[in-house]
Design a protein around this ligand. Structure first.
Ligand SMILES: *Cc1c(COP(=O)(O)O)cnc(C)c1O
Length: 354
């Protein structure tokens, strides 16, 4: 096998999806399976579909295009707010987009009208995490301007918490979304079919039974891919945390001092290394580096080996306590979401679907 590589266990992804979809179903919540952490991998989307999702969430048009070309007909939700420079493409690739800007929605409307289409939108409301969304007091005026607009249909409201600033989903902020929806329904005489409140950070609140009744849609990435909720990163019941494993190969193994020799200046990334003297050390170099993944987000599966550092193409490990690993062996790593995202995006990491 060409190294480095990442294995993608589609059966585990399917099982993880099923566990989360079934739990959400109990509370009347539909799930969009979010594939963006895997570069919109077709096999991952298919595993999620087998596991019961009824929407796919993707943030990149190229990924959506690939999914469409692979005959995936599940409705696709564009997760990142649309950009003006590709409005036409957005309309033809995504069934639904998440929006917060009047000018963009107007452009979507114009483009879909000219094609005889109706583009569905979910309006994002910022409930405090300060990423995308209209501020609550701007929601009603915006919707009032949109209800007469042709070529678009407002199918719901959404919010995204925790992602940027860690604002935790609570009954109160979810209820605020419900209240805003009800105010709009009453004042604008429209029906909002979907209230899309959560990402993986809402799973704990869901399990505690504290999601207000009208919330009926979640967009779940990490929970499915890595089997974790994202407030405390606890393993989610009924899911595996190792659907993805990263492997790199030992290309040098030598007994060397733990302390560098000579006068010490900045390393390749401008940092001055602070290194503890541990005497002589069995040091290995693996053929993976910062150009391939987020080194801070990978954890060796062997508990008795340790990452010492990395440069663009090299990962240094301490093998002093595990002498059985030899030159040419591969070392396996678990990944966090950031490392998964980077690994799946790297052209240098071979993708192996199990
Ligand atoms: C990425 C993303 C999600 C999925 O988040 P997870 O924490 O991976 O579940 C949900 N909603 C939006 C808008 C996103 O961009």
């Amino acid at each position: 096998m060409r190294t480095p590589y990442i294995t993608i266990d589609t059966y585990k992804i399917e099982q993880n999806t099923r566990a989360i979809v079934n739990q959400c179903k109990k509370y009347g919540i539909q799930v969009a399976g979010v594939t963006k952490g895997t570069l919109g991998m077709v096999e991952v989307a298919q595993a999620m579909i087998r596991g019961g999702i009824n929407w796919i969430g993707e943030s990149r048009l190229d990924n959506i295009e690939r999914l469409r070309k692979s005959n995936i007909h599940t409705p696709i939700l564009l997760m990142r707010s649309p950009h003006m420079s590709e409005i036409e493409r957005i309309i033809s690739l995504a069934d639904v987009s998440l929006n917060s800007e009047y000018e963009i929605i107007k452009a979507l409307s114009k483009a879909s009208l000219s094609k005889g289409l109706i583009h569905k939108i979910i309006i994002m409301v910022d409930l405090g995490d300060l990423r995308e969304g209209v501020w609550p007091n701007e929601l009603l005026p915006l919707v009032k301007e949109l209800i007469t607009m042709k070529g678009i249909e407002i199918i719901g409201l959404g919010t995204n918490l925790t992602d940027l600033n860690g604002t935790i989903p609570t009954y109160e902020n979810n209820k605020q979304l419900v209240d805003l929806a009800e105010e709009i329904e009453e004042k604008c005489k429209i029906e909002l079919q979907y209230l899309s409140a959560g990402n993986s950070s809402s799973l704990k609140l869901l399990a505690s039974g504290k999601i207000p009744k009208r919330i009926n849609h979640f967009r779940i990435g990490e929970g499915i891919l890595l089997g974790r909720e994202t407030i405390g990163r606890e393993a989610w019941p009924g899911t595996s945390q190792d659907a993805f494993t990263l492997y790199a190969e030992i290309i040098e193994k030598k007994l060397k001092p733990s302390l560098p020799v000579g006068e010490i200046g900045q390393d390749a990334f401008g940092n001055i290394p602070g290194i503890e003297d541990k005497g002589m050390m069995t040091r290995a170099i693996l053929n993976i580096g910062r150009q391939d993944t987020n080194i801070d987000g990978i954890m060796p599966k062997h508990s008795n080996i340790e990452i010492l550092g990395a440069t663009s193409d090299h990962l240094l490990m301490d093998l002093t306590k595990n002498q059985s690993l030899k030159l040419g062996d591969t070392v396996a790593f678990d990944l966090n979401y950031g490392a998964l995202l980077a690994s799946m995006t790297s052209p240098f990491i071979n993708k192996v679907v199990l």
